[in-house]
Design a protein around this ligand. Structure first.
Ligand code: AOS
Ligand code: ZN
Ligand code: ZN
Length: 401
């Protein structure tokens, strides 16, 4: 990193220009908790409209060029046409998220279900999602399994791992050479006694066995309180096994609140490991190997706040954390660490975190022809009022449907 303040700012801006954050299509639909889904005016009625709303986030932030789909919530007849629609809106289709948790058949699990008929149905859905990827040009298939048990003795824990491994093998074998499988873990919920992919270790072990194109997804909301997520990030990056993030905030469990809202310091610490680990800005490894290829995604629901501004705020929060991480004086940090200077090393990190990067980001946007204040620019655009008037009967995101 260059020495003078202006050279450092220029280097940080250059890196930030390469940033892209993927948006979840389901963030734009109505969502809620098991207690109530609050309908909002103007929410999308179709996958096409969700993509149009996502394009608004990209329009004002400049760093959200792709939208993740969820199948079947975003089911259409013609996925190539949906990809073309995305391109005409100025974005592209990103990760394909599979859904093997919403049918009655999945009461006892999907790919780990004791009934081979249900397992077959679940794997067939995952294979169909790869067909969707072929049509949309998506790189990543994202797998999150609600599978688990509620009571001791309910099913054979190890046999369920065997079934999971068999399913992953079959889907991995179906991937084209440019496609990847990313496997998400979650501590608990909806299963409460055992979860079949409960932690990064389980996901890592399955991915390691599968091969190079199977990687782990870190959803920041899927850990026990107090878990050191940046350690997991550092470990997985070092092992070449970090595939993607699902960014969100949690206060208690899988809250899916806006990234950077509950704990912006944690988001900074995660992004520091991402920068330190060479996953951002993306570049070839020291041996010329391809970069980490980490997908930086949001996985959020906006239950009580407006959805497009909620996504803009979240993208900006990730951008701010990234800018601060890029400001860490790596040379000074390494020097203090090598000297065993505990307080010195800590203050190098805290200096970066405590920097107000908002003026730098406003300058970056102005230089790139964007409004320096994306939230205000979107509010002024009138888009929110227009969709509220034009769209009647918006769709639920899928949760609690
Ligand atoms: C569920 O808790 C997970 O976070 C999933 O990543 C995701 O929210 C869901 O599968 C929607 O695609
Ligand atoms: Zn997630
Ligand atoms: Zn989740």
């Amino acid at each position: 990193m260059p020495d003078t303040t202006s050279e450092r700012a220029a280097a940080v801006k250059a890196a930030l220009r390469t940033q892209s954050i993927e948006l979840p299509s389901w963030a734009f639909g109505n969502s809620g908790t098991r207690f109530k889904v609050f309908a909002q005016p103007g929410v999308p009625r179709t996958p096409e409209e969700k993509i149009e709303d996502a394009a608004q986030v990209h329009r004002y932030t400049g760093i959200a060029p792709s939208v993740a789909l969820h199948i079947p919530w975003d089911e259409v007849d013609d996925y190539a046409a949906l990809a073309a629609h995305a391109a005409s809106a100025g974005v592209r289709i990103g990760t394909i998220n599979a859904n093997v948790f919403q049918d009655d058949d999945y009461r006892l699990g999907s790919v780990t279900n004791p009934d081979p008929r249900v397992r077959r149905k679940a794997v067939d859905h995952l294979l169909e999602c790869v067909d969707v990827m072929d049509a949309t040009g998506s790189r990543d298939l994202k797998l999150w399994f609600a599978d688990g048990t509620n009571y001791p003795g309910q099913d054979d824990i190890a046999a369920r791992q065997d079934r999971l491994a068999d399913a992953l093998d079959e889907v991995y074998a179906r991937l084209a050479p440019h496609q990847r499988m990313v496997l998400e873990y979650k501590l608990f919920e909806p299963a409460f006694y055992t979860t079949d992919v409960p932690d990064w270790g389980t996901a890592y072990a399955h991915c390691l066995r599968l091969g190079e194109r199977a990687k782990v997804v870190v959803d920041t909301g899927h850990h026990a309180p107090g878990t050191n997520i940046e350690f997991i990030v550092a470990f997985l990056l070092r092992a070449g096994k970090l595939g993607a993030f699902d960014f969100n905030s949690r206060f208690y469990a899988d809250d899916d609140l806006m990234a950077g809202a509950a704990d912006p310091f944690q988001l900074f610490r995660i992004m520091h490991e991402v920068v330190r680990g060479g996953a951002f800005p993306e570049g070839p490894g020291p041996d010329g190997s391809p970069g980490a290829g980490v997908c930086f995604m949001l996985d959020q629901c906006h239950n009580i706040e407006p959805k497009i501004p909620g996504q803009i705020r979240s993208v900006l929060n990730v951008q701010e954390a990234t800018a601060k991480a890029l400001l860490v004086d790596a040379a000074a940090l390494a020097k203090a660490q090598a000297a065993g200077d505990v307080l010195g090393a800590n203050s190098v990190l805290m200096d970066a975190y405590n920097t107000d990067v908002r003026p730098l980001l406003a300058e970056l946007r102005a230089e790139d022809g964007l409004d320096p204040d994306p939230m205000a620019a979107y509010a002024r655009s009138g888009y929110g009022e227009r969709i509220a008037a034009e769209r009647v009967g918006g769709a639920q995101a899928g949760w609690g449907a």
